[in-house]
Design a protein around this ligand. Structure first.
Ligand code: SF4
Length: 259
């Protein structure tokens, strides 16, 4: 029986609202690009991951995090001033970290969405990628992955309150940099900025306090997650859900009333 691409059949006719690009095809010899966030989607719900990466059906986007993106961009600019001077940012000094922002010709690429740090995972032919916020380095050349986070919370933010997805994000970047030949510490840092919501008035500005949260990661899970995600992509039918979520509850409710 001739081997046919499942996506040729799936996308034939150009269904409205269905993406026809960046779909996994097991018969394509070209590496398939898989971002860190899509691996996170797989871990959250294999069904949604399958619908997205093999059928071109994206989960509805939430509202864009434009304020967080603005904070990220400004933090990058601020740390870049100190990177250029080869000196620690004052926040790093406050936390007595014997590190400086890492300067590397590829850093801008590593930070860019849709590029990022890349590694071809040979056994699955998946090109794994992830865009880092920052990297710091010690005297010996060991790298420390850094992620910027912005929030507005009256609660204490600490290592114990970090979301699982944030931890995995850090660990995936550590894994990617290691696969690119760098020595990377298990310790990574979250630069957390927290907007003060107790001011008397807005007055056209937000005031943030900044803290560094140290996190000891382990990338032991990454290889297995990539293999499992690849096996999911190669399926001929969609797997079950891995999560209870509002979107599927909505679909289920609509199906029950035949709309
Ligand atoms: S449960 Fe949610 S995440 Fe999973 S397939 Fe349904 S919509 Fe997607």
């Amino acid at each position: 029986m001739p081997r046919t691409s499942k996506n040729t059949a799936k996308t034939a006719g150009g269904r409205a609202g269905v993406r026809s690009r960046n779909l996994f095809d097991a018969l394509d010899a070209k590496p398939f690009r898989l971002s860190r966030s899509k691996i996170e989607l797989f871990l959250e719900c294999p069904r949604c991951f399958y619908l997205d990466r093999t059928l071109g059906i994206d989960r509805p986007d939430g509202p864009p995090f434009t304020l967080n993106s603005a904070v990220d961009a400004l933090l990058k600019k601020e740390f870049d001033i100190h990177r250029k001077n080869g000196e620690p940012h004052p926040l790093m000094t406050q936390y007595t970290l014997p590190l400086v922002p890492f300067d590397h010709p590829e850093l801008d690429t590593w930070r860019e969405n849709f590029k990022g740090v890349q590694y071809l995972h040979a056994s699955t032919n998946l090109l794994i990628c992830g865009a880092v916020d920052d990297i710091w380095v010690d005297d010996s050349g060991k790298l420390f992955v850094v992620d910027y986070k912005a929030t507005s919370s009256g609660k204490e933010i600490s290592e114990a309150t970090l979301r699982g997805s944030y931890r995995r994000q850090m660990e995936m970047y550590q894994w990617l940099l290691r696969r690119n030949g760098f020595t990377v510490s298990d310790t990574g840092y979250f630069v957390y900025v927290n907007a003060d919501r107790d001011r008397a008035a807005f007055d056209g500005k937000l005031e943030f306090s900044a803290q560094i949260i140290s996190y000891a990661g382990s990338d032991d899970w990454v290889e297995q997650a990539i293999s499992d995600a690849h096996a999911c992509l190669c399926r001929s039918n969609a797997p079950g859900t891995g999560a209870e979520c509002d979107w599927c509850r909505y679909r289920e409710a609509a199906r029950k009333v035949n709309v």
